[in-house]
Structures are given as structure tokens and as C-alpha cells.
Write a protein that binds this ligand. Structure first.
Ligand code: PGA
Length: 245
């Protein structure tokens, strides 16, 4: 089944007004992309509103995290409605840095994903094994457990990102065969869970995607896009990856 390609940049805790020109440059180049490619950038929450104003055309602005509740006494958090109000149209949930640094559980991630989908936005649910889990031969067990615990009940607007923890920011990537194997297993899980609708869910690969490896990664069966950290910070590098799609 042919699927569109979704290329998402995650700026993490990087970017101030000085970097808005990078987003403007991405938006300008994005206008010429073929229709099957969707380009998105997730700046820090403080920049979403201003990013939206420079993101003309088809560049989607997203967020890196959200609180599952609609409002209330949650100091420092933002809700789906707030992100929507600021101009975000997709939200990354359950990134391994949130799971590790902020002790987010699968149940937390699922609640966030449910809130994002209920808000009419796209939710990118992240899963991925650690180096120790891969070495122990438990990669697929870990991934399936994360999917079973983190995926929402409804499927409209859902995307999944496979991000091996050891590949993030390390310059290391799994072999193409390993990526293909995990993505096929994720597809099987999605179809078992959602039926035919599971075939249409985008499965992104993330972890040290660069312009130099994007073509071969994006050509793998069931790799429907990429979640890009470091290489999404400049328009020049990010657009190199986008061109691979
Ligand atoms: P990286 O990060 O591209 O810098 O490895 C990917 C991610 O954390 O989403």
C-alpha cells in the first residue's frame, strides 16, 4: 500500500526568535513539494505562535508534548486547546526523553494521545528500545508492550514513530533490515488493533536521520516518514532530508 511521507522536525529545547528565519526558509521550500510529502516542524512551545506566522504554505507547526487534561492546576503545562490556539496541528507524545527524564508511563502517553486526537490534531506516539533491550534480544517484545500500553482507542489522526533510544543523537542507526523488521512488526500490531485503518497509520523512523541516510531509510517498506532531531535545526539540513522523500 503506497502511503504519503510525513517528515517531522523536533527542535527539542532549541530555538528562539533568532531562528524563525530557518522555519520561514523551510516553509518557502515546502511550497514546491510534491503533494505526497507533508513537512512539519515542532519548535519549543514558546515559538509555536510565531512559527505559525512565518509558516506560510504547507509547513505544519507542531508541539513536542502536551498535558492530557484540558485545564487546571498543572503548573508549567499546556493543554491541547492551548497548543491548538497557538497554531499547532500535531503533537509528539511519549518521546523517549519525556519517558526517561519525566518518568512518563505508557498510560500517561496514551492519555496524552487520546487528548490530542479528541482535539482534532495529529498525535505521533513514540516507541523504541534501549541498547540493553536490543542486546538482550527483546526489541520486539518491548516495542509491542509500549504500543499495547500507549496507543489510543481511536485511530483517526494517529501516527507512530519508531525511535531506538540508542540511535537518538548518537549518529548510530539500526541496519535497514532491522528498521524494516521493527516497522513490519508495528504494522502488524496496528492492523490487529485497528483493522484496515491500521494500514493507513503513518509509521515514522527517528534516530540520527541525516540527509546522507534519509534516501535509504525512507525507501524501506512501512517507513512512512521520519522524525528528525538535530538535523532539523537548519533549513539546509532539514530540506536535504525532505528532498529524499
Ligand atoms: P536525532 O533525534 O535526529 O537528533 O537523533 C531524533 C529524535 O529524538 O526525535
Amino acid at each position: 500500500m503506497a502511503r504519503a511521507k510525513l517528515i517531522v522536525g523536533n527542535w527539542k529545547m532549541n530555538g528562539t526568535a533568532a531562528e524563525l528565519g530557518e522555519i520561514a526558509a523551510m516553509a518557502a521550500a515546502g511550497a514546491d513539494l510534491p503533494a505526497h510529502v507533508t513537512l512539519a516542524i515542532c519548535p519549543p512551545a514558546t515559538l509555536i505562535d510565531r512559527a505559525r506566522t512565518v509558516a506560510t504554505g504547507r509547513l505544519v507547526i507542531g508541539a513536542q508534548d502536551v498535558h492530557a487534561a484540558g485545564h487546571g492546576a498543572f503548573t508549567g503545562s499546556v493543554s491541547v486547546a492551548m497548543l491548538d490556539d497557538a497554531g499547532a496541528r500535531l503533537v509528539i507524545v511519549g518521546h523517549s526523553e519525556r519517558r526517561a527524564d519525566h518518568h512518563e508511563t505508557d498510560a500517561d502517553v496514551r492519555a496524552k494521545a487520546e487528548a490530542v486526537l479528541e482535539g482534532g490534531m495529529t498525535a505521533i506516539v513514540c516507541v523504541g528500545e534501549t541498547a540493553a533491550e536490543r542486546d538482550a534480544g527483546t526489541t520486539l517484545t518491548v516495542i509491542n508492550a509500549q504500543l499495547d500500553g500507549s496507543l489510543p482507542g481511536s485511530v483517526t489522526g494517529l501516527a507512530v514513530a519508531y525511535e531506538p533510544v540508542w540511535a537518538i543523537g548518537s549518529g548510530l542507526t539500526p541496519t535497514l533490515q532491522q528498521v524494516g523488521g521493527v516497522h513490519a512488526a508495528i504494522r502488524t500490531n496496528l492492523v490487529a488493533r485497528y483493522g484496515d485503518a491500521g494500514e493507513a497509520v503513518a509509521i515514522l523512523y527517528g534516530g540520527s536521520v541525516k540527509p546522507g541516510n534519509a534516501v535509504e531509510i525512507l525507501a524501506i517498506d512501512n517507513v512512512d516518514g521520519a522524525l528528525v532531531g538535530g538535523a532539523s535545526l537548519t533549513a539546509a539540513e532539514f530540506l536535504g532530508i525532505v528532498r529524499a522523500a
